[in-house]
Design a protein around this ligand. Structure first.
Ligand code: GUN
Ligand code: ZN
Length: 441
């Protein structure tokens, strides 16, 4: 079947390698146009060549704007949408005061559906087309986000949060057995369906018993194609707590490792205060470390060692950690990663920030062969970024010397007003420019 082709023209940003491996500015090509057909990227190149290759294609003109992959947020808690930006607490108090009471509301399937839809609207408006989200202990919360993402054609990962230890409140507890049984039923229902991926989700070792971690390690061994997500070494108080609860463990990571919860498809949120042994093991297995900079400054957790971890060859992703993170925006998240980098003595280049928010996160989610890069054959989750969307940006980017300077200023000053079009599998789903930008050439 010969389906309709659309050509988008603008500055098309195409990463060809990681900007952390060599000169950052040389990690991407900027092309003139990208052709989309059947929900995928068909061709990338000069406008004239693409028009010749796709006669009759519609052309969306985004002159002066940047076309790039949709952002990939590798760690979020969609059920915390309504309590984002809650004041004055550090991790354990923040969980008890704000998070757990809100998560209890997700036993109500209608509430879960309302927040899932609200959350996906918010991230889409901010240019995020893929997220890896925690849910709550309620299976209803997992059905809600997957059903809504499926309806929208989004590629997402999510999973039931498991907690069976009396450190979590009464209304938010499962058991080792029910965590296994419910996670299994959910992964059978959703994993691999359309664009959906299941992530086995023990919240973190202080809210699980060893029996629950063992059961979830067994489930992961039985379904190794699933992702596994959890938290690791976010705050120093938390580490002390973990070592008290697991006296046999060599370190925090060992509480996962000993139960089969360390692997290449494992995603370890925060990973700030790591011991040398933990760093070695994470690198050896090729695990994903997820940097959540707005969360780390907002909850007062510490400064992620991006430079050291990248140099030693870790696989690193970028994420909002909504609602411990203080923004739904990956632009704001990149700006915070830059600020954290500065406090650690390493100024991240715009190419490094953008790569982390797209190809880097996609790679950590093991989706890098489908999303996160603009190249033929990749799924057409694309956004258009306007570097002159606001008066402040317009005057700043007017005097930029090159595209990287323009992009850096857009990262630092930008917000959802810069996201003028969002396409999921080729289809326009958000952005003011939707229909005017689509015209027959
Ligand atoms: N550690 C365990 N649960 C959470 C959570 O919901 N948010 C953050 N930031 N850290 C956690
Ligand atoms: Zn988290």
């Amino acid at each position: 079947m010969n389906s309709e082709t659309t050509i988008l023209t603008g500055h098309v940003l195409c990463f060809t390698r990681s900007p952390f491996e060599g000169n950052p500015a040389g990690a991407a090509r900027v092309e003139e146009a990208v052709a989309i057909s059947d929900g995928k990227i068909a061709t990338v190149g000069g406008l004239a060549a693409l028009k010749a290759a796709h006669p009759g294609a519609k052309v969306g003109n985004h002159a002066g704007k940047v076309i790039l992959p949709g952002f990939v947020d590798a760690h979020a808690h969609y059920p915390q949408t309504a309590i984002i930006a809650s004041w004055g607490k550090r991790l354990i108090d923040w969980l008890n005061t704000y998070t757990f009471p809100e998560e209890m509301r997700f036993s109500d399937a209608a509430y879960a559906a309302e927040i899932a839809s609200r959350y996906l609207d918010l991230i889409t408006a901010n240019g995020t087309t893929t997220v890896c989200s925690y849910c709550t202990i309620h299976p209803e919360s997992v059905d809600a986000i997957f059903a809504e993402a499926q309806r929208r054609g989004m590629r997402i990962a999510a999973g039931k949060t498991c907690m069976d230890r009396d450190t979590a409140p009464e209304g938010l507890l499962d058991t080792a057995q029910s965590a296994y049984d419910n996670s299994l039923a959910l992964l059978k229902r959703w994993h691999g369906l359309d664009r959906l991926t299941y992530a086995i989700t023990p919240r973190f070792s202080p809210t699980s018993t060893p029996e629950q971690l063992e059961a979830l390690g067994a489930l992961w061994a039985e379904h190794p194609g699933c992702l596994m997500q959890t938290h690791l070494s976010e705050q120093t108080d938390e580490i002390d707590w973990v070592l008290g609860l697991y006296p046999q463990a060599r370190d925090y990571l060992d509480t996962y490792e000993r139960f089969g919860l360390l692997g290449a498809r494992g995603l370890y949120g925060h990973a700030i205060h790591l011991e040398p042994r933990e760093r070695d093991r994470l690198r050896e297995v090729g695990a994903g470390l997820v940097h959540c900079p707005t969360s780390n400054t907002f909850i007062g957790s510490g400064l992620f060692d991006m430079d050291g971890l990248m140099r030693e060859g870790q696989r690193i992703a970028l994420a909002t950690d909504t609602g411990g993170g203080s923004s739904f925006s990956m632009l704001r998240t990149m700006a915070a990663a830059y600020e954290v980098g500065q406090l650690k003595g390493r100024a991240l280049h715009a190419a490094e920030l953008l790569w982390l928010a797209t190809a880097g996160s996609a790679r950590a989610l093991h989706m890098g062969d489908r999303i996160g890069t603009v190249a033929p054959g990749m799924e057409a989750d694309l956004i258009v970024l306007d570097p002159a969307a606001t008066p402040a940006l317009e005057q700043r980017t007017a005097c930029a010397q090159d595209l990287w300077e323009t992009l850096f200023a857009t990262i630092m000053l930008g917000d959802d007003r810069c996201i003028t079009e969002v396409r999921i599998a080729g289809r326009v789903v958000a952005g003011g420019g939707a229909s005017p930008a689509l015209r027959q050439d």
